[in-house]
Design a protein around this ligand. Structure first.
Ligand code: AP5
Length: 218
C-alpha cells in the first residue's frame, strides 16, 4: 500500500499516519520528523533548514526531493506524510515512482478548518526524546507534563507559536492546495473528516483503506 497524507498543519496527519502504518505494516515517512531530527542532531541538513522551519516556510524543493528519493529507494510500501507540498515536488515524485515502477494507491486528505487547527496546535506538546505527540486537551500524558514512554518533559515545537502556525496555514493554502487539486484530477484523493475524535478518524480511514491492503506486493 502506498499513500500520501495531506491536510493543513495540525490536521492530525502524523497522529493518523503512525496508527495506519502500524495496522497495515507500511513505512511511515514524515518529512517534518526527518527534518526535526536533523535539526536536533545539528547535522549539515539541520543547520540549513533550522531557521526556515522556525519561520514556518518551506524547505527548498531540491533538498526535499533528494531526501525523499533516497527514502523511497529503500522501501516498498509507505505513507508519505508532509510530501509533496509543492507542484514541483509532486512532479518530481511522479518521475521517481515511474523510474522505480511503483504507483500511489491514494492521496488521503484530512479535512480540518483553520480555527480548529490553531486550537489544536497551541495545545500540542511533543517529547524531545522519543517524538511522541500529545495534546494538553485531547491527549494528555498520564503523569503531569512528562512523556508516557520515557518520562522526559514534553515541550512545544518551535514552529507552533500562533503567528508561525498562521504563516504555515497561509503557505499550505498557497502551495499545497494546488497539489491536492493535481491529485484530485488524477482521481487519487480520498477525504476524511478530521473534526472528530482520533478514534473516529482512524475508523473512517481503516474502512477506506482496506481495499488497498492487497497491493503491498506489487
Ligand atoms: P510538518 O511536521 O510536516 O508540519 P505540518 O504539515 O504543519 O503538520 P504538523 O506536524 O504540524 O501536524 P499534523 O497534521 O501531523 O498533526 P498532529 O498529528 O501532530 O512540517 C514542519 C515543517 O517542516 C514545515 O513547516 C516546513 O518548514 C518543513 N517541511 C516538511 N515537509 C516539507 C516539504 N515537503 N517541503 C518543504 N518543507 C517541508 O496533530 C496536531 C495536534 O492535534 C496534536 O496535539 C494531536 O494530539 C492533536 N490531534 C490530532 N488529531 C486530533 C483529533 N482528531 N482531535 C483532536 N486533537 C487531535
Amino acid at each position: 500500500m502506498r499513500l500520501l497524507f495531506f491536510g493543513p498543519p495540525g490536521a492530525g496527519k502524523g497522529t493518523q499516519a503512525k496508527i495506519v502504518a502500524k495496522e497495515f505494516n507500511v513505512e511511515h515517512i514524515s518529512t517534518g520528523d526527518i527534518l526535526r531530527e536533523a535539526v536536533n542532531k545539528g547535522t549539515d541538513l539541520g543547520e540549513k533548514v533550522k531557521s526556515i522551519m522556525e519561520r514556518g516556510e518551506l524547505v527548498p524543493d531540491e533538498i526535499m526531493n533528494e531526501l525523499v528519493k533516497q527514502k523511497l529507494e529503500e522501501v516498498n510500501s509507505f505513507i508519505l506524510d508532509g510530501y509533496p507540498r509543492t507542484l514541483e515536488q509532486a512532479k518530481f515524485l511522479d518521475a521517481v515512482l515511474k523510474q522505480i515502477k511503483k504507483e500511489i494507491d491514494a492521496a488521503v486528505l484530512i479535512d480540518v478548518p483553520e480555527d480548529e487547527i490553531v486550537k489544536r496546535i497551541s495545545n500540542r506538546r511533543v517529547c524531545p526524546n522519543c517524538g511522541k505527540v500529545y495534546n494538553l486537551i485531547t491527549l494528555k500524558p498520564k503523569n503531569d507534563e512528562k512523556c508516557d514512554n520515557c518520562g522526559t518533559k514534553i515541550v512545544q515545537r518551535d514552529d507552533d507559536k500562533e503567528n508561525v502556525v498562521r504563516e504555515r496555514y497561509r503557505i499550505y493554502r498557497k502551495n499545497t492546495e494546488p497539489v491536492i487539486e493535481y491529485y484530485r484530477k488524477n482521481n487519487k484523493i480520498v477525504t476524511v473528516n478530521g473534526v472528530q475524535d482520533v478514534e473516529e478518524v482512524t475508523k473512517e480511514l481503516f474502512n477506506m483503506l482496506r481495499r488497498f491492503r492487497n497491493n503491498d506486493n506489487n
